[in-house]
Write a protein that binds this ligand. Sequence first.
Ligand code: BES
Ligand code: MN
Ligand code: ZN
Length: 489
Amino acid sequence: MTTPAPVRFTQTDLDAIAAAEGRVAVIVTPEGKLDPGGRRINRLTRGALARMIEGGALDGKEPGAVLSLAWPSGLAARALDVVVLPRNADAATCRRAGVALGRAKGTRPLTLLAGALRRPAEMALGAVLRAYEYTRHKTAETETPGEITVMLNDPDAAEAAFTPLREVAAGIFLTRDLVNAPANHLTTTAFVAEIEALSALGVKVTVLDEAEMERLGMGALLCVGQGSDSPSHLAVMEWQGGGDEAPLALVGKGVVFDTGGISIKPAAGMEDMTMDMGGAGVVTGVMRALAGRKARANVVGLVGLVENMPSGSAVRPGDVVTSMKGDTIEVINTDAEGRLVLADVLWYAQKTYQPRAVIDLATLTGAAIIALGHENAAALSNDDALCDAVLGAARTEGEGLWRLPLGKGYAKALKSRIADVKNVGGRPAGTITAAEFLHRFIEESTPWVHLDIAGMASVKAESVHAPEGASGWGVLTLDRLVRSRFEES
Ligand code: BES
Ligand code: MN
Ligand code: ZN
C-alpha cells in the first residue's frame, strides 16, 4: 500500500533551515507580515522574500494560496514556498494551503516553518493527502515519500492534534489504492485479503462465501457474479470501540469490474469500471481510519464483492431472481448490477446487526454524473436528521455532497409485469429510481442515507485533496460523522 509521507513536528531550528533539502515553506500574512521564520528566510536569501512581497506578488492572492521561488540563493532547498495565510485562518483554509504545498512537494522532503500557526495539523493533513501518487505498477518509480518536517512553537500540541489525522490519511490512502488498482490485481479474492489485513488493527473480519450466501437466499447479489470466474463475497468489518449500543452500518458496492454483463457496456471508457468498487473502497478506508485512531464508537462495514462479466453462466436480461428479503426482481438490464448487490447486503446488515443507522456508498449511476458532475456526490435519504448530519460533515471536510429527493412517484418506474420489482426505471431521474430500488430493502424504522459517488470516486482532473485518479472521497466525511454523531466523548 502507498504510505503517506511521515510528518514530524519539532521546535524551530533556525540553523537547520539553510541546509534543509527538498522544499522549504514559510507563512506570510496577506499584508506581507513575516514571522521569525520568514525573517530568517529573508536574511538567508538576501532579501528575496521581502522583494517578492514589495513587488506585489501577494496582490489578489486568496488566503491559502502558495507562491514558489525556484532554486533560492542562500538555501540548499530547490524551492521556497510562500504560504499566504491570515493569522486567524480557519481549518479549511489551513487545509487548502497544505494541499497546495503537497501538490508542489510530490515525493520530496518539505520543511514548513509554521511558528505560531494555529492549525498546523490541518495544514500537514492537506499536504499529506495531496502528495499521493499511485506508483504500484510503475517499474521505475519506487521512491519513498520525503518527510514533512513542521517547525513550530508547540510541537507537542501539533503532534497530539495530528495523531488521529495520520490514521485518517492512512485510511484515505488505502481507499485510493483500492480504487486505483486494476481489476486483474484487485480481484474479489485480493480485496478480501486487503480487508482481512485490518484484523491486525483490532477489526473483526468475517467473510461469507457463495455457499453461505446461497443458504441465506442472496439471489440478487449472487446473480451479478455468476458469470465471473472470481468468487463473490460479502465481507464484514466490525469495529467495537464503543459500549453495547447498536452500531452504525456502512455498506459499500464492491464491483471489482463492471463490464455491464450481457447488457455489455461500449468499449470506450470501459477501463474506468475498475473503480466500480469505490463504495467498498471507502467503507474499507473508513474502517481502517476508525480502527487506527481507536474511535470510541461501534461501526460495522459490509461490502459486497463481485465481478460483473458476460459469459455462458452470466445472468440474462429478463431473468428473475429472489433477494434475501424475499422480493423477486426482474433483471431487465444486467448493467444495473450495483443495486442488486446492495439489496442483499443492506438486508443482511439490518437483519444481522439491527444498526442505529445505515449509510451506503456506491458508484451506482452514470445519471449522478449527469446531474452533479464531479463536484458533488448525491445523497438520498429517508431521515432528515441523519442526512443533515452527513451533509454537514461533508461541508466541514470540503467534500461536495448534494441531496436529491426520494418519492413514491419515482418508485413507480420500477413496477414489473412479472416480478415484485424490476432493476431499472428508465432514463428520467436515474439516480433517484436507483435509490428507490434500494429503499425497498430498507426497513421503515432504519435511518438511511444512500451516497451515489459515481462522479467522485475517481476523476480525470485533480480534486479537492487528491491528484487525478482515485480521490478517496467520503472517508473524511464519514470519519467526521462518526466523530460528531456516533462517538462518545
Ligand atoms: N457502475 C455503473 C455506474 C457508473 C457509471 C459509475 C459511470 C461510474 C461512472 C453502474 O453499474 C451502471 O452501469 N449503471 C447504469 C444503470 C442503468 C443501466 C439503469 C447507468 O448508469 O448507465
Ligand atoms: Mn453497471
Ligand atoms: Zn456498476
